[in-house]
Write a protein that binds this ligand. Structure first.
Ligand SMILES: C[S@@+](CC[C@H](N)C(=O)[O-])C[C@H]1O[C@@H](n2cnc3c(N)ncnc32)[C@H](O)[C@@H]1O
Length: 524
């Protein structure tokens, strides 16, 4: 959680106590759905907001257990519970979630069970940077489906792990889990359940105002799940109150779906990509590899003024320029040192001596690039290069923006335009082909198809995996332009098609894309 004010200890334990008013509103909502729990478990109870709200709301409660790692919180929670004269046997204990045998704890309690709370909002990477060990130990939970896979990831939300652990512990029991968490965590937990045979009869997401409740700038929600006969749908409500349904997310055909109704309408467009979607060029060193032209001179991101030969410079579009439709006037140039992955870079020394010197001058920065993809490669290597990079026409989309808008990108000053690695594109032979594809992908039905998979709050809402799901022929058929698309595809070189040699290959005739290396021109 990115909170605007927090202490180190608060951060380490994801310690953001739920305001009593919000805990009461949540319990009231659960009671409205007909919940009458006999046992309540709050696995990270903090100062007891949920314990108190549940004791006030559910007269059906016979036993209540709260657990927290923080002794002061435990004392406060005990006091809060003691102030309420409830019939339920109430226990608040100091303990560590990760060292608690939750299936056993739940086994010993009568049904219906309610697992309620607000687990810590922190990621394993953030804990790592705080030097904290408030994490699950891999070896403790080897038997549990998929939890080790989460612990093994370089970064994960510890609340995701906790939610899944509680859902697993509820398996086969009559009960409900209702937890506050980041909305991305709720979706990950649901996906995990749907993929790992943790059957859920119902799932509901109620968005909450995290800024108001926790001073946190993040999308958050109440996730309510009931184990039982498998359903793969989750109702998304407008908000915690009585706002009605906003939509339905779910799991279909191996994918998490953001809009089940749209997916059901457009799933006939699922299929092979046919045209190969590509990412832009990856270089991980924009300060050196991206330059702006100023008259005869070039400026790099280090504030240096340089003169380089034209040969390895290409007009370049950032994702933001694609989104704004500034495709005809790229603001930058990219130094593209290779035409294919792993190509020898030494010839640059002879062909463009100034460029080589420039690269050598900045070798320290370039050699410091962290990604392992640059290891054991020729010096100054880049990634995501091939024939497709140098195609004169492209249809492109920016991955980081919340907009499904495909743009035609053509050559500028006689040179193909390259994209940065946050954008995706299909390389085309002609302007006609690029325009045709842009029209196809911008059609209402294609947009509805793509949107059915997109969670717009994701860091990168549009991914190459998403784009690859759409079959351009099925789309063209629906738009009654199949023959035109087939004609373009037949003429497309094998390198630009997705499955030229696979069993779904549509064509036997192969064309080649000839992109002449630009003539050597004097340095600017
Ligand atoms: C987001 S706060 C929520 C507290 C309480 N559930 C509420 O809703 O007000 C998270 C709580 O988790 C507790 N916590 C963090 N790590 C824990 C662990 N390993 N075991 C048990 N409790 C833990 C913190 O002390 C903190 O009280």
């Amino acid at each position: 959680m990115r909170a605007t004010r927090k202490s180190r200890k608060q951060a380490e334990f994801g310690d953001f106590q739920t305001p009593p008013g919000l805990a009461r509103a949540i319990c009231a909502l659960l009671a409205e759905t007909g919940l009458e729990p006999a046992s309540l478990v709050e696995p990270t109870c903090g100062r007891g907001s949920f314990l108190a709200a549940a004791l006030e709301t559910f007269p059906s409660l016979r036993s209540v257990l709260g657990l927290d790692i923080n002794a002061a919180h435990v004392r406060a929670a005990r006091a809060a519970a003691a102030r309420l004269s409830a019939a339920a046997a109430t226990q608040v204990v100091e303990g560590d979630f990760f060292r608690t045998d939750w299936p056993k704890v739940l086994r010993d309690r009568s049904e219906p069970l309610l697992v309620l709370g607000n687990p810590p909002w922190i990621t394993s990477a953030e804990l790592g940077s705080l030097g904290s060990s408030n994490l699950p130990e891999k070896s403790n939970f080897q038997k549990h489906s998929g939890l080790d896979a989460i612990t093994g990831k370089s970064n994960f939300d510890i609340s995701e792990w906790m939610l899944i652990r509680m859902l697993e512990s509820l398996k086969g029991r009559t009960g409900t889990m209702a937890m506050l968490c980041k909305t991305t965590v709720a979706r990950k937990a649901l996906r995990h359940a749907w993929e790992n045979e943790i059957s859920l009869a119902t799932a509901d997401i109620y968005p909450i105002d995290a800024a108001g409740a926790f001073d946190a700038e993040v999308d958050a929600c109440l996730l309510v799940c009931t184990p039982g006969a498998a359903s793969f749908d989750c109702q998304v409500h407008q908000h915690l109150g009585t706002g009605g349904l906003a939509g339905k997310i779910g799991y279909r055909d191996g994918s998490l779906i953001a809009d089940i109704a749209a997916y059901d309408r457009r799933k006939h467009l699922l299929g092979p990509e046919l045209y190969r979607w590509r990412s832009g060029v990856k270089h991980d060193c924009s300060a050196v590899m991206e330059l702006r032209r100023n008259g005869a001179m070039l400026h790099n991101g280090l504030g240096e003024e340089v003169r380089l030969e034209e040969e390895y410079l290409y007009p370049m579009l950032k994702g933001s320029e694609i989104v704004k439709g500034r495709t005809e006037a790229p603001s930058r140039l990219m130094l593209v040192t290779q035409r294919s992955i792993g190509e020898d870079t030494l010839p640059i020394q002879r062909r463009a001596p100034r460029t080589w010197r420039y690269l050598e001058t900045h070798a320290k920065l370039l050699n410091r690039r962290a990604s392992s993809i640059y290891a054991n490669r020729p010096p100054f290597s880049v990634f995501g290069v091939g024939e497709y990079t140098f195609a004169r026409w492209k249809v492109a989309i920016a991955g980081l923006y919340k907009r499904l808008d495909f743009k035609v990108v053509g050559p500028v000053d006689g040179k193909p335009v390259v994209l940065d690695d946050t954008s995706y594109f299909i390389a085309c032979r002609t302007r006609d082909e690029a325009r045709h594809l842009a029209r196809l992908f911008n059609s209402a039905i294609a947009r509805e198809f793509f949107a059915s998979f997109i969670f717009w709050d994701a860091k990168r809402p549009i991914t190459i995996e998403l784009l690859r799901r759409l079959d351009p022929i099925a789309l063209s058929r629906a738009l009654q332009v199949e023959q035109i698309t087939r004609k373009h595809l037949e003429a497309a070189p094998a390198a630009l098609r997705a499955d030229a040699s696979g069993p779904r290959a549509l064509f036997t005739q192969e064309a080649t894309l000839t992109v002449p290396r630009p003539e050597r021109r004097p340095a600017t």
